[in-house]
Design a protein around this ligand. Structure first.
Ligand SMILES: N[C@@H](CCC(=O)N[C@@H](CS)C(=O)NCC(=O)O)C(=O)O
Length: 208
């Protein structure tokens, strides 16, 4: 059985959501951020990076959320939540799986660091604002004519990208990004999303 090594208030929440969407049985090992909001050292016993999410399954530890999403869908999805392998949609799907952590979330990682430097960080802040506008505009445009990133049905690419959507509605101005805001509201309304919140414990990014 899959065990999710779940850090509170973290990207790991979307893994719980994916497992709920697929109706899979899973266990959760809870880890709590320390006073500096870092992961506790216990997570390093599961994987050398000591980050969350990480899952264990069949005696193996798998880290990095995109790889975890891919692993779960390939091993346990039975064709659900992803386009047919070999279709052009599958190539698009892989793009969104990688894009989430490869590019889209990066400005949100830099944002609090820039803010902590105050005025000194003005040039960096300008660059971050540019990247936010570029990336969030791209996602909003993609959702112009569809409910989810690959069409009108949810795929695991939406699950992987959901953290970016949640960061956007919490920390960026989405007033000019109605498709993105509607997508976030749409996935938050899903029963499986809500069930994952119930199981995962405190997750302030679900609001905002
Ligand atoms: N790109 C990685 C990011 C992993 C990551 O940085 N996770 C954060 C939680 S959102 C974490 O573990 N932070 C605690 C720490 O760095 O000590 C992924 O998507 O899995």
């Amino acid at each position: 059985m899959i065990t999710v090594h779940h850090l509170n208030e973290s990207r790991s929440q979307r893994i719980l959501w994916l497992l709920e969407e697929l109706g899979l049985s899973y266990e959760i090992e809870f880890y709590w951020r320390d006073t500096h909001k870092m992961a506790p050292v216990e997570l390093r016993r599961i994987h050398p990076l000591g980050k969350s999410p990480v899952i264990t399954d069949d005696g193996r530890a798998i880290a990095e959320s995109g790889a975890i999403v891919d692993y779960i869908v390939r091993h346990y999805g039975h064709g659900r939540l992803c386009p047919d392998l070999g279709s052009s949609d599958y190539d698009e799907y892989v793009h969104w799986l990688h894009y989430a952590e490869g590019s889209a979330s990066l400005p949100f990682v830099i944002l609090p660091i820039a803010s902590s430097f105050g005025k000194m960080a003005t040039p960096l802040r300008r660059r971050v604002d540019h990247e936010l506008a570029l990336n969030l505009g791209y996602i909003n445009e993609r959702l112009q004519d569809r409910d989810y990133l690959l069409g009108n049905a949810l795929t695991a690419a939406d699950v992987q990208m959901s953290f970016v959507g949640e960061l956007a509605v919490n920390f960026a101005d989405v007033s000019n990004l109605p498709n993105l805001a509607a997508w976030v509201a749409r996935f938050r309304a899903r029963p499986a999303y809500k069930a994952a919140i119930e199981r995962g414990g405190p997750y302030s990014y679900a609001k905002g």
